[in-house]
Structures are given as structure tokens and as C-alpha cells.
Write a protein that binds this ligand. Structure first.
Ligand code: ZN
Length: 223
């Protein structure tokens, strides 16, 4: 691992161990055998079928490009986090300033997608950690949340993935991840409870003992 003063530390070995440490989405072994452009073509064809089966007219000016639009959106935007090639590069810096008290990054917005219904899960993440030897670029925390959110997900797994990723790259268990989100599958269908939300958390032991920190991490009104 390169350690040039405060310079960026990125390292293949580190990234490899990150992959194996994190809770996995149920991916097939051949998930990336097909290139993105071919996936877009294939999904577009399937989506045409769905639209037709629903009885809509694919010749209509407003709908005719919807299949390719949806396919592109799936592959390049809302499910882009399925593919490890889209994982953000993580910039770590040596903790030369010896900062060993909690850092909190609050109100990180994310949009994920319920893997049971393929509709949005929208919420905010509050994240804290106590730096050991390294600190992470703040925007990278946002990018990691976004990367793991851009998949068909359940909120519990998303929480674990962000937590485990931060534990691995920061080389400390002193990490806390709390997510609060609204699930469209609760609000738009089924029970149709519009104002409900779901909180999930993964918090290391040391942070759990800090009542003040916990009160902030779980308070999405104050953040
Ligand atoms: Zn759902």
C-alpha cells in the first residue's frame, strides 16, 4: 500500500478484500458476461412485451421509446450499482492530525429500489466513524451509499453493505450507519401507508455506548 504523507491510498488488494467482506446481493455467476449495450437491447425487447401485454399501444408517440428508455435507466442509472466496475474509487488519507473523536456525516440522501417490487426506496443516511489510522474523503461516504443503493435491494442489506464496507476500508469497527427510508411498495400499493418510514442501523460497540452520538445518528429531524 502506498503511503506518501497524506496522499491518496488506493490499492487493488484492499479493494479485493472489500468485495469479499460485504454482504452480497443474490447475483448469478454470469451476471457480467453480457456487456451493458447488449443488456439494454435485451431489456428493451422484454419491456416492449410488458407494455403490449398491458394493452398499451407501442406506436403511440409518447410510449414508443419507453422500452429503450426504461432499459437504459435500469442498466446505466438506477441499477448501475450491481456492477462492480461502477464502484467509486475510495480516497483514504493518513490520519496525520490524530483525529480520534467521532466524525458524523448526516442527511446523505439516497434512492434505492425494493427488490421485491422494483419500486423506489427513498431516504437519508446518517453515518459516523471514529478514525483510526486513516480518514476517508467525505464525498466518498456519499458515493458509497449511492453505489450500494443503486441496486434492487432490501434496506437491511443496504445498511449492512455500507457498514461493512466502511469497517473494511477504515480498518476499524468504530462505524455507525443509520438509514431512514420510505418504501414505495408500502406507500403506493398494498397497505398504502403514505407517512410510514423504516429505520435500520448497524453500529459498532464503541459508538453504541456514546448516548449523545446515538441520539444524533437516529434523529433525522435534527440532522
Ligand atoms: Zn417492496
Amino acid at each position: 500500500m502506498k503511503q506518501n504523507g497524506n496522499s491518496v491510498l488506493t490499492d487493488e488488494r484492499l479493494n479485493n478484500c472489500i468485495q469479499s467482506a460485504v454482504a452480497k446481493n443474490p447475483l448469478r455467476d454470469d451476471a457480467f458476461d453480457v456487456v451493458d449495450s447488449a443488456k439494454i437491447e435485451m431489456i428493451s425487447e422484454k419491456f416492449k412485451d410488458i407494455i403490449e401485454i398491458l394493452g398499451l399501444d407501442l406506436l403511440d408517440d409518447s410510449i414508443k421509446d419507453t422500452p429503450s428508455r426504461v432499459a437504459k435507466m435500469y442498466v446505466e442509472e438506477i441499477f448501475s450499482g450491481i456492477n462492480p466496475k461502477n464502484k467509486p474509487r475510495i480516497a483514504l488519507f493518513k490520519n496525520t492530525y490524530q483525529y480520534h473523536t467521532p466524525l458524523m456525516e448526516l442527511n446523505i440522501p439516497f434512492t434505492s429500489y425494493c427488490e421485491h417490487h422494483f419500486v423506489p426506496i427513498q431516504g437519508k443516511a446518517n453515518i459516523a466513524y471514529i478514525p483510526k489510522n486513516y480518514v476517508i474523503g467525505l464525498s466518498k461516504i456519499h458515493r458509497l451509499v449511492d453505489y450500494y443503493a443503486r441496486r434492487p435491494q432490501v434496506q437491511e442489506r443496504l445498511t449492512q453493505q455500507v457498514f461493512q464496507e466502511l469497517v473494511t476500508i477504515l480498518q476499524t469497527n468504530d462505524v455507525g450507519v443509520v438509514l431512514k427510508a420510505s418504501h414505495s411498495c408500502i406507500s403506493c400499493r398494498g397497505v398504502q401507508d403514505v407517512d410510514s418510514s423504516t429505520i435500520t442501523s448497524a453500529v459498532g460497540d464503541k459508538l453504541r455506548e456514546d448516548a449523545y452520538l446515538i441520539s444524533i445518528l437516529f434523529d433525522f429531524n435534527k440532522a
